[in-house]
Design a protein around this ligand. Structure first.
Ligand SMILES: [Zn+2]
Ligand SMILES: [Zn+2]
Length: 736
């Protein structure tokens, strides 16, 4: 029986109330000694009769912690102390844990609404179990002096609670109250403050009247309004088609959408992401979302709870205050520059947002956007001794850093096509690099030579003397899902292929880093290149360059000249890219059925096709396959021909839409199963943005399972391009 020892606990042990927890256990078991935060490990010196019980208790951790290992060593002489003390933090091995922001806990909500209490009505109430973390951190270890809370010295009441071992705010780094903490103010859009006693109550009244209000939250600015003002908001933002998310209390969310037990758990989780749910009535709330789905989130800060307490409306439209793909606005100065014209008022606070963090988004248990609450994400994975940076692709980017057995993935960065987002990418690399103490040996980037992220990777490699590695986009998708031998299906919009064509409907076989392309969708022309993405009718003609389609386009207002140009483009291959993209086939079907003729936001034609197909009943169509340069392919021309034939025959649009999705998925599944059986591979992996489409994913899943194969879809990383930086790192770490 041990009576003393030095205990090293590694894992997620900072920003999770670990030291006060250890302190409480030491008191409970009559242990003397010290506890110290070293960043990604906690060091405890402990002595006492009940040491073993103490050890067992601390090994269980706190609700927010995650323990990787517990090691016990002999206590060296001179470390015996009287009592038990929490020591100043030191800097340990930095295996890369940076705590993510956590939604306000139930006890803090109760404090806010407790009449006469110290925290009554205080918007930034938090404790060791909740509140902002990553968004306020300037460095690790996580202590108040290394957060933007350092600007708010504790009042005597907060100080005494901070020092009180029996309090939930014992050593709570974010402790603050109305007397000493960050304050709210309500401004007109031009920055002139309104003289009001209670900015939240006033903001709620303005929202109820239909005003559009920017709200500075944890990780950036939201723009909020009631449903009746949604059209006006979209008009001002110039985003008339794009679905917006809503914030509402649980009963309201259940009223407007179908919430599965799994979705309910995620909605209420301390990460509090936006959850994309199927509406109860697909035709409802169309000013917010024209799709059959709607993104919903519950309030997640004291400010939100207070806002809803004062609000007469049940639901607020909430969208990030930035252009899609651009960094979220965090700074009041920038908000005042950009938001007038979009909002009427600004509800802001005086706490700096150190690290920007958008809302996370999930659908059906799968991550669409890895951000607030979920990121920085830390994954234990053995990729060897090199320190590796993955800079991601171009769209929906984030970055990943691998070091010493852990990979840390940053929150969502955005579309690295514009200098602003590129600057944010660089800033993120610098921040995560600093917080993990990274010194890169290897920098991994996309195969596309022209991406800004590729050029940036070269700069980092040059500056740090690291090696460079290019990884093909869809192989990175598969690597993010598994390192086991597999047949990998990657279905998405676009990715630069080995042969310089645009890939996006790919089947691989093998094992990371040896994934061989074995099948794909038919390679078809994209007339006008990127223009075919914006105007899906161009894609339709690329797939079906027939007189009938020319007549159809003419009937929709295409001029003789336009038709002549596109015909010549396709015939002669002028200004035409070649693609096997799944997204473009869905776009073309959406255009054929007259559902979407111009894409105004990412994924719009395919998402609207999915919504129409939602009400349809698919039928089994004949599929055609071919072979080209050693690869099998599914003929999307024959698929589209069949869809056209049924359109002309007057079949219901919903049924045709459902059948296009169903038969495309069947064809892809058949190729994957064929590849698995031919090679004796027992599992199929699915990734790519198209995998968010429930009908397509479930068709592939049931086909693969019916063939007796294992089916893997990642719930740990996004299926879309938010998994690429992690996949790049995995690929890089496997190249030996
Ligand atoms: Zn709390
Ligand atoms: Zn205080």
């Amino acid at each position: 029986m041990r009576r003393s020892g030095t205990i090293i606990i590694r894992g997620i042990v900072q920003g999770v109330g670990f030291r006060p927890f250890v302190y409480a256990k030491a008191r409970e078991f009559g242990i003397t000694g010290t506890v110290k935060n070293l960043g990604s490990e906690v060091e405890i010196h402990a002595s006492g009769e009940r040491f073993e019980e103490f050890l067992e208790a601390v090994s269980r951790g706190t609700p927010l912690s995650r323990i990787d290992s517990v090691d016990v060593y002999n206590l060296r002489g001179g470390q015996e102390t009287a009592g038990f003390t929490i020591l100043e933090s030191g800097r340990g091995s930095l295996t890369g844990f940076i705590p993510a922001d956590v939604a306000i806990c139930d006890e803090c909500i109760a404090d806010i609404f407790a009449p006469g209490g110290r925290y009554e009505g205080y918007w930034a109430t938090s404790c060791v179990n909740c509140g902002p973390r990553y968004s306020i951190i300037t460095d690790v270890p996580y202590d108040r002096e290394r957060t933007s809370m350092a600007d708010f010295p504790l009042c005597p009441a907060c100080q005494s609670e901070y020092s009180d071992p029996s309090s939930r705010r014992h050593h709570a780094q974010t402790i603050a109250c109305a007397a000493c903490g960050p304050r709210l103010s309500l401004l007109k859009a031009d920055g002139i403050p309104l003289a009001v006693d209670d900015p939240i109550r006033e903001a709620a009244a303005l929202l109820d009247e239909g005003s559009i209000v920017a709200i500075r939250g944890i990780g950036g600015f939201h723009i909020a309004c009631i449903e009746e003002a949604a059209e006006e908001l979209k008009r001002r933002l110039g985003r008339t088609e794009q679905p917006l998310a809503v914030m509402a209390e649980p009963e309201e969310v259940e009223r407007i959408a179908v919430v599965s037990p799994d979705d309910r758990r995620i909605l209420h989780s301390r990460e509090r992401p936006i959850v994309v749910l199927e509406k109860r009535d697909p035709e409802s709330h169309r000013t917010i979302s024209r799709l059959h789905t709607i993104g919903c989130m519950l309030p997640y800060t004291g400010l939100h709870y207070l806002l809803f307490a004062h609000l007469d409306h049940q639901l607020l439209v909430m969208t990030s205050a930035n252009l899609p793909g651009y960094p979220m606005i965090t700074d009041l100065g920038i908000a005042l520059e950009r938001l007038p014209g979009q909002v009427d008022y600004i509800l802001t606070h005086d706490r700096r947002i150190v690290n920007r963090c958008d809302d996370s988004v999930m659908r059906g248990g799968y991550i669409i956007r890895l951000s607030r609450g979920l990121a920085p994400k830390r994954e234990a994975i053995d990729l060897g001794d090199l320190c590796i940076l993955g800079v991601g692709p171009e769209l929906n980017s984030n970055i990943s850093v691998y070091k010493n057995g852990f990979c840390v993935t940053s929150p969502h960065v955005g579309n690295v096509r514009n200098p602003q987002t590129l600057a944010y990418l660089k800033e993120t690399v610098e921040k995560i690099g600093k917080l993990t103490g990274a010194r890169y040996d290897l920098v991994v980037h996309d195969l596309h030579p022209q991406f800004l992220s590729t050029r940036y990777a070269r700069e980092v490699a040059e500056a740090s003397g690291a090696e460079l590695l290019a990884v093909q986009h869809h192989r990175a998708h598969i690597a993010a899902a598994t390192r086991d031998e597999c047949v990998g299906i990657a279905i998405d919009g676009v990715g630069y292929g080995d042969d310089g064509t645009v890939w996006g409907g790919e089947v691989f076989a093998g094992e990371v880093p040896y994934l061989e392309r074995v099948a794909h969708l038919e390679v078809v022309p994209m007339p006008g290149g990127d223009l075919a993405t914006r105007f899906p009718e161009r894609m339709l003609y690329g797939i079906l360059p027939t007189g009938e389609i020319r007549d159809l386009l003419a009937s929709r207002g295409w001029s003789e000249m336009e038709l002549g140009v596109i015909s010549r483009q396709v015939e002669r291959g002028l200004n035409v890219a070649a693609t096997s993209s799944t997204g473009r086939v869905l776009d073309a079907a959406s255009a054929l059925l007259g559902i979407c003729r111009e894409r105004t936001y990412d994924g719009e034609p395919a998402m609207e096709l999915e919504s129409v197909a939602w009400a349809g009943k698919p039928s089994v169509w004949d599929l055609e396959f071919g072979r080209e340069r050693g690869c099998e392919f599914l003929s999307t021309r024959s698929l589209m021909t069949e869809a056209y034939r049924r359109l002309v025959a007057g079949e219901r649009l919903a049924d045709i839409a459902a059948s296009v999705q169903f038969n495309l998925a069947r064809g892809i599944t058949a190729m994957a199963i064929g590849a698995a059986e031919e090679r004796g591979i027992p599992r199929v992996v699915l990734s790519g943005g198209v995998a968010y489409n429930r009908a397509i994913r479930e068709t592939i899943q049931s086909g693969v399972l019916a063939a007796g194969l294992e089916f893997i879809v990642s719930r740990e990383y996004p299926l879309g391009d938010g998994c690429i930086s992690f996949g790049q790192v995995v690929y890089g770490g496997s190249m030996r």
